[in-house]
Design a protein around this ligand. Sequence first.
Ligand code: ZN
Length: 255
Amino acid sequence: MALKLYAMTCGWLSLPEAALIEGGSADDLRIPVPCYLIVHPRGTALFDSGLGTVCQSECDDYMGDFASLMQVEFLPGEELKTRLETVEVDVAGVDYLINSHLHFDHAGGNEQVKAARLVVQRREWEAAHEPDLIAAIGYKPVDYDHGHDLLLVDGEHDVFGDGSVSCIPTFGHTPGHQSLRVQLDGGEVVLTGDACYLRRSLETLRLPPGAAHDRDSMQEALKRLRGLQARGARIFYGHDPDFWRGVPQAPARIA
Ligand SMILES: [Zn+2]
């Protein structure tokens, strides 16, 4: 059995394009919130968990100060648990939950995957438990403090021990942001998370004005992604609506 990769949009955010890329327009861009499932002969892994179901009921209270910055659309049925049912995977039985980072639209669904081993960069986990950084970076501990069995990693990490799925550090957006390389029969895919919101971010190396904790590191991460692309990897942009229109949704596989 070969490895299988599935993509799922688990909700949408709308915010000014100018918040996503330097020089962007003031008009709102409606962006997808992606999650990915990997079915490997040695187990299952999620890359990010999307929004929390709290966004389907008490979103304004939960969003707090962020409520004025963006609109959230998250309909019942778009949450991870239901999306995974389309590929006959029980969210409670997933082996690994890999978070690119711990922002609410990437770790909000972690509470649905409590039995999984949580794979996160050590520096991300530490930053997300540092009171000053929680506020400055916009973490919400309610998203990720669920007592998961933790696997804190430092830099590259080979998830299944065969080189097919690897965490790669792409620090900068947050202190310990990571992306994921997945080796498919059809070639290598890189799931960028928020290291690269838009196709244009990679083409122009332009950063989001306010959403870079460390701009130099984020710039370096973009260059690293460019290097992987030049070697033939397909780049999956974290929140690019045009790109995502062409991505098959589960239960279809990414070939
Ligand atoms: Zn983020």
